[in-house]
Structure formats: C-alpha cells, structure tokens
Design a protein around this ligand. Structure first.
Ligand code: URA
Length: 237
C-alpha cells in the first residue's frame, strides 16, 4: 500500500494532508524518516511513528470502553460529554461508531468500531446478541417481579414482548439480567413495567465478551478472538 494511503486509512486526514505530513518528515518507519508519499509499505504488523508517536497499522479497529456516567453515545451531545471525547483525533477521523447505545447515566461495556459489518452483526434486531446488565433497583425485586421479567412485558410503542432470558438476584436490590433485544431504555422500561425502578445500570457483557478490567473512561483494542466472542448470540460459545 502507498504510504500516503496507509496514513489516510489510519485516520491522519485527507490524502493531501498525509502527503504533507510525509514531506515534512513527520513519518518514520523502523527509525527511518519516510519522505516519499508513494513509497510502498507492507502493512502486515506495521508499526510507524507520526511526530514521534508510535502507531500500529490496523485494518479495522474494535474498541472496548468502560463507559463512565455523564457521557452520551452521540457526536452532537447536548447536555453531557460525548464518549467520542475520550478518543484522540486520529481514532475519531477513522469514523469510529458506537455499537448500540448506552444511556448517559449507564456505565460499563461499550464497543466502538469502524467496521460496518461488525456493527450490523451486533445491532441488527434479528441477531439477538446477548447483553448482560447489572443494576441497583429502588425496591427489592420480589418473586412476582422476577417472574414477570422472565415471562416478558410489553413496552409502550414497541412491538412484541420483552423478556429477560436470565435473571440472577446478586443481593437485595441488586440484580443481573440478560436480554437479547436492544430498544430504547429497554432495561429501565422493563423494570418500570413490573413496578420497580432502576437506580444504577451497568453493562457487564455482550455476547460472550465480558468487560475487560478497565477503570471508568479507559479503553482497549480488542483482540480478534474477543471480537468473535462479542458476536455470540449466547453467553458462551
Ligand atoms: N437499557 C437501558 O434502559 N439503558 C441502557 O443504557 C441500556 C439498556
């Protein structure tokens, strides 16, 4: 691949801008300054530096973020920060998108990618990928509420029944549920439908991928096997 094309594909701006970076001597590979925009580079396991920062070539990026409270999953956030503020310009210029959305006050596992097929595979309603949430509720979740959540509830303006495929009571007012759909405010609305209220919500798992050990606001690139795990319909292989 041409050096200028490689830089452009990694989020370093327009082709013109990448050509300029190269001509300015900002780009190094294996300690050597590269000043020919059309030099061919082997992208396989390529490490390169731009203004002294090292980057690894990635055809697509798959990111797991431990989303903090107070961040919206939209570019044009109005009342809160945007999750995209947690990433540098290079990643944002690659066009990363959130894989589904979490409410501003929900914490936990949020995936971001620039791979449209991966995004579709996880968010298409017919794929039914499992999502596991842990929550604190206003009241103790009683047996009747547990049963209703398992049987499924109706939600206003949504077609069908919304059920938890797995429910575990972790402690008083502390519940873990697994769902396979992903409509707006689904978990909060499900709990409201059975007469309770979600006070804190945290996503712990998508498919078979659990939230890696990350402080709130921290993120990591996923390895290929983790990318595959996230696509599982069920919690295990
Ligand atoms: N369900 C909700 O109610 N909120 C979220 O952020 C995710 C699922």
């Amino acid at each position: 691949m041409f050096l200028e094309k490689m830089l452009q594909s990694q989020g370093f701006g327009t082709r013109k801008h990448c050509q300029q970076l190269i001509k300015n001597g900002a780009v190094q590979i294996q300690g050597e300054v590269k000043q020919i925009p059309k030099e061919k580079v082997d992208v396989n396991e390529l490490l390169f530096c731009v203004y002294g920062h090292e980057y690894q070539y990635r055809e697509k990026v798959y990111i797991a973020l431990n989303k903090p409270q107070g961040y919206e999953c939209s570019h044009q956030s109005t009342h809160h920060f945007s999750v995209f503020d947690l990433f540098d310009d290079v990643l944002n210029q690659r066009g990363i998108q959130c894989v589904g959305r979490l409410d501003q006050d929900t914490t936990g596992l949020l995936l971001l990618t620039d791979d449209g097929q991966f995004l579709q595979a996880l968010t298409h309603p017919k794929k039914h990928v499992a999502k596991v949430y842990q929550m604190h509720t206003a009241d103790v979740v009683n047996d009747e509420q547990m049963e209703k959540l398992k049987q499924g509830v109706e939600l206003r303006n949504e077609v069908g029944i919304f059920a938890a495929t797995d429910i575990t009571c972790l402690a008083d007012k502390h519940l873990q549920i697994t769902i396979h759909q992903g409509v707006y405010h689904q978990v909060k609305r499900m709990l409201a439908a059975v007469g309770n209220k979600v006070e804190q919500l945290h996503r712990h798992q998508i498919g078979a991928l659990q939230l890696p050990t990350l402080a709130e606001g921290e993120w990591v690139y996923l390895r290929q096997e983790q990318v595959e795990q996230a696509k599982y319909r069920d919690l295990k292989d």
